[in-house]
Design a protein around this ligand. Structure first.
Ligand code: ZN
Length: 131
């Protein structure tokens, strides 16, 4: 079952994703648009727009808004790409808490990395037009 709602939007996102990987020097990554079997439902809710698994160079991003299934804004998609790539650049850290360790995924250095990624994309001559 094909769930491609706007092929032009998807082609542009794919193009911008490739450019983002080049600018951030993250070769070999692949973008997979999130496919929903039922409109307005799916793995992702409005708060989480994407996900990635460490050890796999694959990033899944929701290209449409969950309820109306309209193409998401390109700057929002590029920010999600920055966030997901940062998971690979700044992996989870172990923090000592009392007598045990906790694994923190969104630690301070992670957010610094996301910010740095967004700034690099905003400075890029191709991608700057989309922010
Ligand atoms: Zn995250």
């Amino acid at each position: 079952m094909s769930d491609i709602i706007d092929p032009r939007h998807e082609a542009l996102v794919e193009h911008l994703f490739k450019r983002a990987c080049l600018v951030l020097d993250m070769p070999g990554f692949e973008l997979r648009p999130l496919r929903r079997r039922v409109r307005g439902r799916g793995k992702l809710r409005s708060y989480a727009l994407g996900y990635t698994k460490l050890g796999e160079k694959l990033i899944t991003v929701d290209l449409y808004t969950p309820r109306t299934m309209k193409p998401r804004k390109l700057d929002a998609i590029l920010r999600v790409v920055c966030h997901e790539l940062a998971h690979h650049q700044a992996p989870p850290r172990l923090y000592r808490k009392w007598f045990h360790f906790v694994r923190v995924i969104h630690h301070p250095k992670f957010w610094t990395q996301v910010k740095k990624n967004v700034e690099l994309l905003q400075k890029d001559e191709v991608l700057a037009a989309y922010f």
